[in-house]
Design a protein around this ligand. Structure first.
Ligand SMILES: [Zn+2]
Length: 484
């Protein structure tokens, strides 16, 4: 269901009206932040620019003063008087974040104190990228989750459903993870329920069969469904492209993107729009997609540049690397962090009416399991999950990896190393595999050392490739953005 054209356009008044549907909890009733966020969405672009510059200058100064990695980096000494000066600063690669995890942290600031939460993301570069967050940087997640819910026109008091991996869902009372066949129920929505009165939330795991999930949705009749966009496609196909539940008014896709053809199919079958955001564990939510198809940056939280190979801004309409600088993580600020994703640079006003900085279509982070045999997802997660959870000492020599699925059911983990890996590396992956597959499939995983990992036709390295991917499908497969 495509939105009517007049719904595409919004205004300050319209957003205030929408925000008034949301009631702050009594303990938060004095918070003005959410009204300020509405206001910010319609400020003149030059004010956004000034604020972004000021925020960047502040975090740059802070980093130079307090964060050992930046203190030692002479190239960070230059003046940033206008946003154009950012191009003089070095880009921070995933590899550098991995290597300098300790030095990138400032652990003496009163603002940076408090519990430290480490988030880790896998990637094709070898070891997982870990970033230390504080409560403050984590709270941003809930705050921007509410902003996007308002943009998506969600009714705060409705029933929301989540079908996710067990580790992204609330644990059971005894601390164990939700298993297949189980449903969790909460009085309030996750994240947003920290601040606002909301309706209830239910959830179940992705591991249930598609038929079970379809019956589950039909039984509970939620208004909203949150999952991986690729999973919506799987559900649509599993239900033979028939509408699944009349109650569903909006789908919220997390962690990955959609191709246009996937979006068309899902919206046609569900008769509901797929709303999306863009983010990563290292940063939190970076942007939310408006109905005009642009991703608007949460500029109170981060600054996004779209740059070429030399780190210089690309022309509007051109594709470039997404570089993010974070403002709210005083424990481990990231300055000009290379996300590994690509996007189209956008300029000028967005047709939706919001003036927050925006970027166009994002390339990367597609996940597509619809053409793959059922059971692919748990096998994929067994291998990637095992690598992600490994202690650094096992990963020290790992430089790059890729998993390939063969048509006959074999999986191959290809690894490129800079020296021998401990035997425990292989054993951990094999154990995770054995815990996931049936008896007769135990021999189907092969771990192979290679000198080179092949890229896709576009040159981008796929971390997961499969003989079952259709030919026209050169989607980039990335890990999930798990942030619950
Ligand atoms: Zn827009």
């Amino acid at each position: 269901m495509r939105p009517a054209a007049n719904n595409l356009i919004t205004s300050l008044e319209r957003e205030y009206e929408e925000q008034r549907r949301w009631c702050l909890l009594a303990k938060c009733s004095q918070m003005k932040l959410f009204d300020r966020l509405v206001e910010n969405e319609f400020l003149p672009p030059e004010i956004h620019e000034q604020r972004q510059l000021k925020n960047f200058q502040a975090i740059l100064q802070y980093s130079r003063n307090h964060v050992p990695y930046y203190q030692a980096n002479n190239s960070l000494r230059c003046q940033v008087a206008v946003l154009g000066d950012l191009a003089q600063l070095p880009i921070l690669s995933k590899y550098e974040v991995i290597e300098h995890f300790e030095k990138l942290q400032y652990d003496h600031s009163s603002k940076a104190r408090g519990p430290v939460i480490i988030f880790s993301s896998s990637g094709t570069t070898g070891r997982p990228v870990k970033v230390a967050h504080t409560n403050q940087s984590m709270e941003m997640f809930s705050i921007f989750w509410q902003r996007q819910a308002r943009w998506f026109r969600q009714d705060p008091m409705a029933l929301a459903a989540r079908i996710r991996l067990p580790e992204s869902l609330p644990p059971r009372k005894d601390g164990s993870l939700l298993t297949e066949g189980q449903t969790y129920t909460r009085k309030r929505w996750s994240h947003i329920g920290m601040y606002f009165q909301t309706g209830p939330e239910i959830g179940c795991t992705l591991g249930n069969s598609r038929d079970w999930q379809i019956r589950w949705l039909q039984k509970h009749q939620p208004k909203y469904l949150q999952s991986f966009p690729g999973f919506f496609e799987e559900l649509a196909l599993a239900n033979e492209c028939k509408k699944i539940a009349d109650s569903i008014e909006c789908l919220i896709g997390v962690a990955s993107l959609l191709t246009d053809s996937m979006r068309n199919l899902i919206e046609r079958v569900f008769e509901a729009p797929v709303n999306q955001n863009y983010g990563m564990n290292e940063v939190g939510i970076v942007a939310a997609r408006c109905l005009s198809g642009r991703y608007h940056i949460h500029s109170e939280h981060c600054l996004v540049e779209i740059v070429d190979m030399e780190g210089l801004p690309v022309q509007p309409g051109d594709v470039g690397r997404i570089i993010v600088s974070t403002f709210n993580n005083l424990r481990m600020p990231l300055l000009r962090y290379d996300t590994g994703d690509m996007a189209v640079a956008a300029k000028g006003p967005c047709p939706c009416g919001r003036t927050l900085p925006s970027i166009g279509e994002i390339a990367g982070r597609y996940r597509r399991f619809a053409h793959l045999p059922e059971g692919t997802r748990p096998r994929y997660h067994a291998i990637f999950g095992a690598i992600e959870a490994m202690p650094d000492k096992l990963l020290k020599n790992l430089r790059q990896y890729q998993v390939h699925q063969y048509r006959d059911g074999r999986f191959e983990l290809r690894i490129r190393t800079a020296g021998a890996l401990p035997g425990e590396f292989q054993q951990t992956i094999v154990n995770a595999w054995l815990n996931t597959v049936d008896e007769h499939e135990k021999e189907l995983l092969n771990i192979k050392e290679v000198d080179k990992i092949e890229g896709a036709p576009g040159g981008k390295i796929l971390e997961f490739s499969s003989d079952f991917f259709p030919d026209e499908d050169s989607d980039i497969i990335h890990p999930d953005f798990e942030h619950s």
